[in-house]
Write a protein that binds this ligand. Sequence first.
Ligand code: TYM
Length: 343
Amino acid sequence: MSEPSIPYTGPERVFSGVQPTGALHLGNYLGALKKFVTLQDTHDCIFCVVDLHAITVPQDPKTLGHNTRKITAAFLAAGLDPKRAVIFVQSAVRAHSELAWIFNCSARMGWLERMTQFKDKAGKDKERASVGLFAYPVLQAADILAYKATHVPVGEDQKQHLELSRDIAERFNRDYNAPGFFPLPEPLIKGPGARVMSLKDGTKKMSKSDLSDLSRINLEDDADTISRKIKKARTDPEPLPESTDGLKGRDGAANLVGIYAALADTTDQAVLDEYAGKGFGVFKPALAELVVQAITPIGQELERVNADPAHIDKVLADGAQRARAIADPIMDDVRHIIGFWGS
Ligand code: TYM
């Protein structure tokens, strides 16, 4: 779609969300959490545990609240500071559901039908998928725009959803003759950790739902487990090439080089400059050391944070209040723009 005639001129704000659907892994860390921690130093940041998104597929009411606390604990253990960033749970702020409904009326069926994540998640039996799963990316747009967020740090898999958020913002601004009201949010995806792949199959992304625990490194894994998983990661017998072109068709190798680059805050090419000609017998232990250095302190901190659920609850209660204070006036303007009675 074309750029709006009147651009958004409000302040910059960062928003991102993580679903409470299982323990976090290295992909979540490199694609999202690590970026969140850096951004809190430079931006006004809001980070959300998205439990409304989680219920688009069945969840056990006995564990949903527990999983929400666990993700919050991971935010804190990774280094998010609740004094600087707003940390809260989606269902505690009603603006998300309300704006999602309004956006359901701006989004078009055709736009949602193109979403690859819905196709993947719904599988063959699309008729049985919940309407919520279909409308999932509309709720995601509401999450971002209820705060007029301008920047969204996410992994590569969220790119299409972010494009949809921009289309929805633009459509709302146009349909309601409110040019520049919502920003068109920018995804922050670039960098080597944006798409971390399974350690067992370099063509599939590392995922919470993969049946094999050997496919991923969890934030809770200890040093021995991490080293063992990296040692068992599927690669090939060739040594590392001199340039990134030589990684084409070598998915397992490319993935490990990418993980190394993301953790060392460098590029794939810089990693190859150091390891070209060396085999995995040398590279894997070096990578394992780097992953252990980055992940095990988070795992230890997680244990400490998890031991104090009252603190986690306080962070979430305080965060919800601060989130409402930002979203409520924006929602008042939205109601007025639409022409709802009493607005
Ligand atoms: P979720 O919970 O699936 O994943 C959380 C974040 O981790 C990133 N990620 C990865 N990054 C690199 N490599 C991987 N293998 C990998 N796996 C996951 C995801 O891209 C994400 O950034 N729809 C979102 C949650 C959401 C959201 C939002 C995000 C809801 N509302 C508003 C941004 C803004 C999701 O499914 O995240």
